[in-house]
Design a protein around this ligand. Sequence first.
Ligand code: GLN
Length: 493
Amino acid sequence: MHRLTIKELSAGLRAKKFSARELTQHFLDRIARLDSRLNAYITVTAEQALAQAQAADAQLARGAGGPLTGVPIAQKDIFCTRGVRTSCGSKMLDSFIAPYDATVVRNLHQTAGATLLGKTNMDEFAMGSSNETSFYGPVKNPWDPSRVPGGSSGGSAAAVAAGLAAAATGTDTGGSIRQPAALTNLTGVKPTYGRVSRYGMIAFASSLDQAGVLARSAADAACLLQTMAGFDPLDSTSVERPVEDYVAQLGAPLDGLRIGLPKEYFSADLEPRLAQCVRQAVDELERLGARLREINLPNVGLSVPAYYVVAPAEASSNLSRYDGVRFGHRAEGAASLEALYKRSRGEGFGAEVQRRIMVGTYVLSHGYYDAYYLKAQRVRRLISEDFRQAFTEVDVIAGPTAPGPAFALGAKTSDPVAMYLNDLYTIAANLAGLPALSVGCGFIAADDTPAAPALPVGLHLIGDHFSEARLLNVAHRYQQVTDWHTRRPAGFE
Ligand code: GLN
């Protein structure tokens, strides 16, 4: 059952080949048996999952329910889930039981009837590209457990890749859905900023954060996104605009689709084996009818520095609420209010989160604001303009998702800048608020040693605002003529 697509799961449930309860139990058994090898889940909500499955069975028996009724999925532990611990990967929120559901959670479980298997591991407050900053320990990549699954949605990626959930939610501020999807052979979609509600999604950098999906195929991703997307009066940045029918548009021909290949993304320092996979993937799209052309995005090279000013600035503000009084871990025996704040934050936040708060506070401080924050905002505008210009000439922009395959656990933990550079290709889409996705496009040897394992890599597709349907269809058409997405990691088949 864990090998079936969401469409097949839904059909199986309706045809009574298996009940939602059996299906949920199957996934719970796999989690119990296999997750000790991966650490993908922070919390498994077995009891709740079985109760939800029972309700789904009752609905299905009445001939009611939709395409996700009874389908077992996982939620990144950044989404508030009523009555369930929502830790955001941090000691700060280790004992936080959310009093309400995020809109994404409500849409998927209350409205659509999906079963919640549990909450997935993640980098602390979604800050990281390897899942190693989690208070709950690193997640391992099912393709090679000595390597990272990417981050920050690494738990969701590992769970879906290993068949410990049919699909999962993620969030993406600078690449946290797409980069882990690339490193685990999944399809990961970051929608347009404002397409999916952020209500109840713990804030990192509010002008960049967006919720999305990690799934085993574009068709599965379309199914989930269909339910998640839409206007929400509880999120003032959510956009009031009808949601396209992502599922119905799958399969449309690609004839005449204009794909831009930015010179900046295919430079000489792109790893040759990775370059070859990406090139083969775009050639495949050309055979399907797309037209390729080289384009320029002159300012995208400034994405990483601009992001590492804007994102920490917003984080320093968003995370000020965790002071041991209003929210979060409270230190014992502090003698004054100031000592309570300092000690609670010092104990509750890990090193990377503290680093971001310090950088963010610095770039916003009097005397530095113009030199850093304001300048970064100007660069952000230039990057958006590059894309605006590009989308007058092309419909989709293609390139690699991450600069390489999964790296070894610990390889980049002592060098923050090396870690940050993993998001080289993904960050620009967040700065410009554009939808983007990663789709597995092949496997390359991890290194030059003879025994090096073959590891997945991803093709990155960026579209103009609200072109999710088109992006999903391009990925789907690609998956109809290739079989990368059907490969499963050994030991988790
Ligand atoms: N890796 C990036 C960071 O550490 C992006 C994280 C994300 O998208 N949440 O900020």
